[in-house]
Design a protein around this ligand. Sequence first.
Ligand code: SAM
Length: 219
Amino acid sequence: MAIDDYIAENFLDDDPALDATLAASEAAGLPEIQVAPLQGKLLMMLAASLGARNILEIGTLGGYSTIWLARGLADGGRVVTLELDPGHAAVARKNFENAGLADRIEVRVGAALDTLAALHAEHAGPFDLIFIDADKPSTPDYFDWAVKLSRKGTLIVVDNVVREGAILAAQSENKHVKGLRGFYARVAADPRVTATAIQTVGNKGHDGLAIVRVIAEPD
Ligand code: SAM
């Protein structure tokens, strides 16, 4: 889209590592459902602004957003990224090596509800920034785990929270819409967090990102 291109021309540098990541992901047959470049840069800037040393991502795909997140890490920090599909995880690991970031990114393969429980049992948190971008029906449960793995001040970012306005359909039987509406309801009822969402337009269509800040020390 022309406006994306205009902003990107002004605000994004040439990026051979991310270009190679996208090319390798496409060559491996992964779906093109990664975040848009300008949104990836937002993730990097949020991480850097938080001084994040411990970042969690739910939904790796080929690791495009993971690379942006890892670029925002403070020195010595790490990203843990969770992926169901071993094929996606293998492509992502190769992309991290090629981007020179493999030493600070850990990919855990499995259903995120299981790997999140394992992270919690290991006391792997608290995380400073958590990006939720996996199967949408589980988003309310991912949000619950994210808060458990947070500290006061953690930011939780959730992708695809507008879906071209489909989230307005209260009676929708669409499982993605139901999942996201469940997420909104969870956030609204949780006094430990405060939240906003920004609608996004551009080469990924009309969608949105929710940004949730944990404002109380979770149990
Ligand atoms: N965050 C990535 C990016 O922007 O580059 C895109 C992630 S893509 C939208 C969603 C990913 O979540 C897919 O790779 C999919 O295999 C993974 N996924 C789906 N269900 C999952 C589950 N139950 N546990 C973990 N990952 C899952």
